[in-house]
Design a protein around this ligand. Structure first.
Ligand SMILES: NC(=O)c1ccc[n+]([C@@H]2O[C@H](COP(=O)([O-])OP(=O)(O)OC[C@H]3O[C@@H](n4cnc5c(N)ncnc54)[C@H](OP(=O)(O)O)[C@@H]3O)[C@@H](O)[C@H]2O)c1
Length: 237
């Protein structure tokens, strides 16, 4: 870490994987911007970090699928830290529990795509000019095996992750030689609130969110490729 520690913005930092990323990277010395819709859980993570490290992260309530929230979040973060080195697009929603597409409600389909696809698009687009002006930056976007394989009853969630993978591939191609790197991280199945919605009767052991941290560490220290880093591939190496 440099003398003036790097600034990392984590979207969806109040629970599950995002909370674990916040705890880990604050220990690593990053100056953090933590974002989620629900203020109570988010503030609790901020307070936990302050207790453990004595450092106070910037805690910003907001919805990444709403353009005015995204503009506010990025402008407050820049006013506070004057740079953004890492954006982690971690937040997403599963939508209603398992449902075949034939029965899938239209409003849920729209809501899931708005949050899971438009959200990371807005966040990334808002942060990119700062990274391009810096000549450096890393955007890590969390995906899933469901972004490469269509699973029955996972509805708009899997479809949204296919879209996210296409978006990051497109952006990586557009940003070649810019100094800004894009990576997709597939953390594998983890024991979180989202997993309980996706697989309500889960009867097999799950990884902990903390087990996915090495994937993010690896992505931060890459020169460039691979674009996609998956827990399943790391295990088989
Ligand atoms: N759990 C798994 O097995 C699994 C497997 C593969 C991939 N993933 C991916 O890993 C990532 C983290 O999942 P998780 O299991 O940790 O989920 P989670 O426990 O449900 O946490 C999701 C986080 O995102 C926030 N969030 C949701 N919508 C938001 C919005 N519109 N704006 C801002 N923040 C928002 C939530 O807080 P609020 O609700 O308060 O906003 C929460 O902090 C997701 O991208 C997920 O698709 C998970």
């Amino acid at each position: 870490m440099t003398e003036q520690a790097n600034v990392m913005m984590i979207i969806g930092a109040s629970k599950g994987l995002g909370r674990q990323l916040a705890l880990h990277f604050s220990q690593k010395g990053y100056r953090l911007v933590l974002v989620a819709r629900g203020e109570k859980n988010l503030k609790a993570v901020g307070e936990e970090i302050q207790l453990r490290s004595g450092k106070e992260p910037l805690v910003l309530q907001g919805d990444m699928s709403q353009e005015e929230d995204v503009e506010r979040i990025v402008s407050v973060a820049l006013a506070h830290y004057h740079r953004i080195d890492v954006l982690i697009n971690n937040a997403s929603v599963f939508g209603p529990g398992p449902s075949v597409l034939l029965d899938y409600p239209t409003d849920s389909f729209s809501d899931v795509l708005l949050t899971n696809v438009v959200g990371p698009f807005l966040m990334t687009r808002q942060v990119l000019p700062t990274m391009l002006a810096q000549g450096s930056g890393v955007v890590l976007t969390v995906t899933s095996e469901a972004g490469q394989t269509g699973f029955a009853e996972w509805g708009a969630y899997g479809i949204s992750k296919f879209a996210v993978e296409g978006m990051i591939q497109t952006w990586a191609d557009e940003l070649e030689e810019s100094g800004v790197r894009m990576h997709l991280i597939d953390p594998g199945e983890m024991d979180t609130e989202m997993h309980a919605i996706a697989v309500p009767d889960c009867d097999y052991p799950l990884a902990r969110p903390a087990d996915a941290i090495p994937l993010f560490e690896r992505a931060l220290h890459l020169e460039k490729s691979p674009l996609r880093i998956a827990a399943s591939e790391e295990e088989s190496e």
